[in-house]
Design a binder for this molecule. Structure first.
Ligand code: PLP
Length: 949
């Protein structure tokens, strides 16, 4: 046996444990188990056609060599992306720290107070810099945030505007090109008409419900929008402003100008370029729109003892929960990147940000002056960091690239130069020398920065920001390192114990997969750099696309969508374009089973489809007869079926081939939600079950860490007839011959983290991937059998097996006064994060152990669940003062002088032996959701601000 095979590191169960596990399950071999689990007619017969697996050492050599094919130039391209300095203390302690990157979305607030606080810092920073009232916990990128702003303004139109179908949306021609493309994608299907023009000539007609501006404009010009916004408001037109976050340190905020929404990216707050992402977009609005806001909001509340606690606020408002009524499908966002950007603000504080913004501004002013001496005049009458000069673009480009410098060239006579935090005086002199050579003149040397003041007095920011303690006390490295550690200790992540979240696949995020993210040759490339500077990336991305084609059985892949939900939307838009290309403009009905994830109907609604829900049988399977009837009834207008496979109930439904055939026979396409791909890889695939397109969650099945709620990558893989419609990008062409407009801002979405999935597949190879799937099924069935007799499994396949996950029945415990939430909270005392609560069936738990967990960890988890089951047995409906209802138990509670509970401290905190070796203490008692929603506070305001009178 090759003991250096990566598969042995990734897959948990050891060879010597198999006999015991299989015996518990009641089967002879793993292959026998797979036979009893997976229907015959969908099984692959040949191994995946992938390259031989590399060891970790081989892979790291390979990826270093491949990275050398990327050329790291100084990029002054701008357009929403700027080189940034990632503070080393944040890189090491957050980005490279599994305590942060392996955490799950903070649904279990009591064991997530650390990242909740970090996100609250991010929200506070956004609220104050933009001058708005409320901000969310991040969105996917600036361009999709713009589309969300448009959708929000459309949703909050006045009653009259809705009645009169006022549907025009004005977009300034100063908007970033990639944002315009994403707006185009998103506008048409929901019935919004975009009108692009010069905002200075806009007529404020009542045919418009909203307008969007860019601040500063795409090539750096700064406009005073106060007059525009006031006039718009007088005409009942609401305004959204895309704003550069660093410029807001020096410029009057859009909030102070009266904007209704402010959005943008926080990439330049210490996040690497990464060839396009991941970066955290921000979104801020007025309090009155909080219920229409996309994304998650972190809010302040109290716990059982009245102490401050944080949790996700207004959960019922979370957009995708509104299903077909949703105006956004956002689920995974960019939490890890938001944490980093927030920490950047914590580390630098208001003074540090002032220094950085001034340095960038002064650099631009100094450069403008030096170029003027060469006779080159700058056309931005006011600017922050970007100057635009008239010069021979081709000539400048040739000399610049020789000097390893990138500018942006809007046309043949224009060069745009966006400066950033990294720029030194030597860099400025290099830029000047490039222009000197291009103009044949002598450059004068810059030896210091001039004091810039290159915008009107009316736009100079006068309001203060980031005065709170947290932004003013962690400015030494020791202080910040300890602050980050203090928060990390409050959070339970995969580096403490398994997180068995059904449908979310929290598997190992291997260090060897993560290391390349820190390599400058990978993380420092601008998304719009010329292709010849990104050959390493191009090779890696193409290879990953091919690998995903092999895994899914499809013909083409787009890596552009940066979450699963974005993938759903992209796939549905490709289906829509396909129908339209055949003249079938009327095909707009999507059939969606009742058990589907909320993002499915939300995505279909955004794609302009009418949703028809199909029934689920008693045993959890698709009601094939109901589906057939509905497909036939709507055959003239059928667009597609959205189906999750294995089902959201954790079962490989035997009817799947029949189901996909029914849809095709009636003119529809089959969309497969690939969130459960971990149960398919190497055993079956979407093409084999008859799907036409699927998205994959690379942040589930393909090892990208969850990051506490993002980043994600949600590529779509499509059959050959859909390849022509894969999405494009307006700056760097991507996608099919008949491509739909952009889904995300960057041509290859969050390219940097695609490295993780590429590493995962490359190191596992065909055999390792298939064995991983088998081990995932083995682990799930082992848990199922160990818990049998204690908990019922709701649904199984025809031979009584689970797939890679299972749903545990918890509703009968209500008779003892115990809710599923009580089990989730009690698990914290045992050192475990709860499985998925109440999805897809309310009152149940869905467990997915993944292949990465070994037998010891599975047994600890099962022991905890069984012990809790005994506690449930002892509970009574009358007496709520029990160990479950009072859970989780904090250290403060257990060590308090007073102990008035009818069980011992040991029963509370150390109910099983294994716990004492590795005790995790929840830092708060149960967070009170209702209290926090009544008193919504989502910034780090002092405690008095949220105390109820
Ligand atoms: C996770 C998930 C999604 C959404 O993916 P995001 O990346 O969070 O947008 C969609 N469908 C199912 C079944 C999922 O589990």
């Amino acid at each position: 046996m090759k003991t250096d095979a990566f598969a042995l590191r990734h897959i948990g169960p050891r060879e010597e444990d198999l006999a015991h596990m299989l015996k518990t399950i009641g089967t002879e071999t793993i292959d026998q188990l797979i036979y009893e689990t997976l229907p015959d007619d969908i099984r692959l017969t040949a191994p995946l056609d992938l390259d031989p697996a590399m060891t970790e050492y081989e892979y790291l050599n390979h990826i270093t060599k491949l990275g050398a094919k990327n050329k790291v130039f100084q990029s002054y391209i701008g357009l929403g992306y700027h080189q940034a300095i990632v503070p080393a203390v944040i890189q090491r302690n957050v980005l490279e720290n599994p305590g942060w990157y392996t955490a799950y979305t903070p649904y279990q607030a009591e064991i997530a107070q650390g990242r909740l606080e970090a996100i609250l810092n991010f929200q506070t920073m956004v609220i104050e810099l933009t001058g708005m009232e409320i901000a969310n916990a991040s969105l996917l990128d600036e361009s999709t945030a713009a589309a969300e702003a448009m959708a929000l303004l459309f949703d909050v139109r006045s009653r009259d505007q809705k009645k009169n179908n006022v549907n025009k949306f004005f977009v300034s021609e100063e908007i970033l090109p990639q944002t315009l493309s994403v707006l185009e994608t998103r506008a048409t299907p929901i019935g919004v008409e975009l009108v692009v023009g010069n905002h200075e000539n806009f007529g404020f007609s009542t045919e418009f419900f909203g307008a969007m501006l860019q601040y500063p404009g795409k090539y750096g010009k700064v406009y005073d929008y106060a007059g525009f916004i006031a006039k718009a408001k007088a005409n009942e037109i609401k305004t959204a402003v895309g704003a550069d976050i660093l410029s807001l340190v020096k410029l009057t905020s859009p909030g102070e100008m009266g904007a209704d929404v402010v959005f943008g990216t926080t990439q330049r707050f210490g996040i690497p370029l990464g060839y396009g992402g991941p970066h955290a977009a921000y979104f801020a609005t007025k309090d009155e729109y909080k219920r229409s806001m996309p994304g998650r909001i972190i809010g302040v509340t109290i716990d059982t003892n009245g102490n401050r606690a944080l949790r996700m606020a207004l959960q019922t408002r979370e957009q995708h929960i509104k299903r077909d009524k949703a105006t956004s499908n956002i689920c995974t966002a960019q939490v890890l990147l938001a944490v980093m950007a927030g920490m950047y603000a914590v580390y630098h504080g208001p003074k540090g940000l002032q220094y950085i913004a001034s340095k960038v501004h002064n650099s631009a002013a100094t450069l403008a002056g030096a170029l003027e001496k060469l006779g080159l005049y700058q056309i931005n009458t006011a600017y922050f960091d970007t100057i635009t000069v008239k010069a021979d673009a081709a000539k400048v480009k040739a000399i610049a690239e020789k000097n390893e410098v990138n500018f942006y060239y809007p046309d043949a006579e224009t060069v745009s130069i966006a400066l950033n935090e990294t720029v030194s005086i030597a860099d400025l002199n290099k830029i000047v020398s490039i222009f000197a050579e291009a103009t044949g003149k002598q450059a004068t040397n810059i030896d210091s920065l001039v004091e810039g003041n290159q915008f009107p007095q009316s736009l100079a920011r006068t309001s203060t920001f980031l005065q709170e303690d947290v932004f003013n006390k962690y400015h030494s490295e020791s202080a910040l390192m300890r602050y980050i550690k203090m928060l990390e200790r409050k959070d339970l992540a995969l580096n403490h114990s398994m997180i068995s979240l059904g449908s979310c696949t929290m598997k190992l995020n291997a260090a060897a997969e993560m290391l390349p993210l820190s390599m400058p040759n990978w993380n420092n490339i601008h998304p719009f750099a010329p292709l010849d500077q990104a050959q390493g990336y191009q090779e890696m991305l193409q290879k990953l696309e091919q690998q995903l084609n092999v895994v899914t059985g499809f013909a083409g892949t787009s890596l552009q969508p940066n979450s699963g939900a974005q993938g759903e939307y992209a796939g549905l838009m490709a289906i829509r374009a396909y129908h339209q290309s055949r003249g079938d403009h009327h095909r707009n009905i999507a059939l969606i089973p009742a058990s589907a994830h909320g993002t499915n109907p939300a995505s279909a609604a955004m794609a302009g489809m009418d949703i028809i829900v199909t029934k689920t049988l008693e045993n959890g399977n698709i009601d094939v007869e109901d589906l057939r009837q509905k497909a036939i009834a709507h055959k003239d207008n059928l667009s597609c079926l959205m189906v999750t496979y294995p089902s959201t109930h954790g079962v490989y439904e035997a009817s799947i081939i029949e189901v996909t055939k029914i849809i095709h026979d009636n003119g529809g396409q089959v969309y497969m939600d690939g969130a459960n791909m971990n149960a398919q890889v190497g055993l079956t695939n979407p093409a084999t079950i008859g799907a036409d397109v699927c998205h994959l969650n690379l942040h589930k099945t393909f090892a990208i860490p969850h990051g506490g709620g993002g980043p994600g990558v949600g590529p779509i893989c499509v059959a050959s007839h859909l390849v022509p419609f894969l999405p494009s990008n307006p700056i760097i062409p991507t996608g099919g011959d008949n491509a739909i407009t952009a889904i995300s801002a960057a041509p290859w979405g969050s390219a940097l983290v695609c490295l993780i999935s590429y590493g995962y597949i490359t190191m596992l190879g065909a055999e390792g991937l298939t064995n991983a799937t088998k081990a995932a099924i083995l682990n799930a069935n082992y848990i199922k059998e160990r818990l049998a007799g204690h908990y019922d499994t709701l649904y199984t396949g025809e031979m009584g097996r689970a797939a890679h996950e299972m749903i545990l029945e918890c509703r009968p415990f209500k008779q003892k006064g115990i809710e599923v939430t009580d089990i989730a909270k009690r698990l914290m005392d045992y050192g475990f994060h709860a499985p998925t609560v109440s999805f897809p069936v309310a009152g149940t738990l869905m467990i997915e152990p993944t292949e990465s967990e070994n037998l010891e960890e599975l047994d600890r988890f099962c022991d905890a669940m069984i012990s809790i089951r005994k506690e449930i047995e002892a509970a009574t409906l009358e007496d709520k003062n029990n160990v479950l209802k009072n859970s989780p138990h904090t250290l403060a509670m257990v060590t308090a002088d007073v102990w008035n509970f009818p069980y011992t401290r040991e029963q509370a905190a150390f109910p099983l032996d294994y716990i004492s070796e590795n005790k995790f203490w929840p830092s708060v008692r149960r967070a009170d959701d209702a209290y926090g929603d009544r008193n919504l506070v989502c910034s780090c305001a002092p405690i008095e601000a949220y105390m109820e009178n």
